[in-house]
Design a binder for this molecule. Structure first.
Ligand SMILES: Nc1ncnc2c1ncn2[C@@H]1O[C@H](COP(=O)(O)OP(=O)(O)OP(=O)(O)O)[C@@H](O)[C@H]1O
Ligand SMILES: [Mg+2]
Length: 251
């Protein structure tokens, strides 16, 4: 079977004066349709670098990346932009909603760039807003919504493009823990309905809500497997964290 995401031996190396920083140090990873994967790791471990490559916002220094069978690792900026618009839905910590546009217009915006007709834009945007339970707020401005609702609008905006993959980089980072859990619940619901989700978080209690965890350390994958294995959330030698992890996991 063809993988949806396939990274093979991916390096991202930044030359900083005399020093070569290996932000990604040889990563191989596959994600299949319908998966819910959390990428975790400490600050500086390479999560955002990995997300930028998976999200076609950046290319590897070496190695290959195939998205739905297409080699995207050597594409230029325009080709990457087209792939992003067609195949990827982004959710960020900052919702990046445009304050002057209402909720509906915000959700329609990427479709406008994608050349979708006005009536189809409206239909798809309303459908996406219904999925996140915000159809009744479609005429509100972002400032007239709570933080959690704003994040749900940004989820709707990602969904309206009918992406093959939803990429979320610390989507709950700006929210209090209850609202964060709510937004996470939405991602779980979308996954249950068939969407593929790749989530970045440094928060173990969030990560365990995914089905699979990929743990990065110093640009390498040190764990890839079941989210409910204690090894998913701790480094093997870290005993204090292991206790905490067992608590989070209830094991
Ligand atoms: N543009 C860049 N130039 C030089 N070094 C960079 C650049 N971007 C990232 N790095 C380095 O690559 C490593 C990985 O960074 P990355 O942003 O992927 O970490 P992260 O896991 O997302 O961290 P955080 O949890 O703090 O967001 C870090 O050591 C960082 O300093
Ligand atoms: Mg980061």
């Amino acid at each position: 079977m063809e993988h949806l995401i396939e990274l093979r031996d991916v390096y991202k190396i930044y030359q900083m004066g005399d020093e070569a920083v290996h932000a990604l140090d040889g990563i191989s990873l596959t994600v299949d349709p319908g998966e819910f994967v959390a990428i975790v790791g400490q600050s500086g471990s390479g999560k955002s670098t990995a997300m930028n490559i998976i999200g076609c916002l950046d290319v590897p220094t070496s190695g290959t990346y195939h998205l739905a069978g297409v080699d995207v690792s050597t594409m230029d900026d325009d080709q990457q932009a087209e792939i992003r618009n067609k195949m990827l839905g982004f959710i960020f910590q900052q919702y990046n909603l445009i304050p002057k546009l209402n909720v509906l217009e915000n959700v329609e915006l990427p479709l406008l760039y994608g050349g979708v007709s006005a009536s189809e834009r409206h239909r798809r945007a309303m459908e996406a807003l219904e999925r996140v339970g915000l159809a009744d707020k479609c005429k509100n401005l972002p400032s007239q919504l709570s933080g959690g609702q704003q994040q749900r609008v940004s989820i709707a905006r990602a969904l309206a493009g009918k992406p093959s993959v939803i990429l979320a980089d610390e989507p709950t980072g700006a929210l209090d823990s209850r609202t964060g859990r709510e937004v996470l619940g939405f991602l779980q619901k979308l996954n249950a309905e068939g969407d593929t989700v790749v989530l970045i978080t440094h928060d173990n209690s969030i990560a365990v809500k995914a089905r699979r965890i990929v743990r990065l350390q110093d640009g390498r994958i040190i764990y890839d497997g079941d989210a409910h294995d204690p090894r998913a959330v701790v480094q093997p030698e870290d005993e204090a964290a292991a206790g905490e992890a067992r608590e989070v996991l209830n094991v």
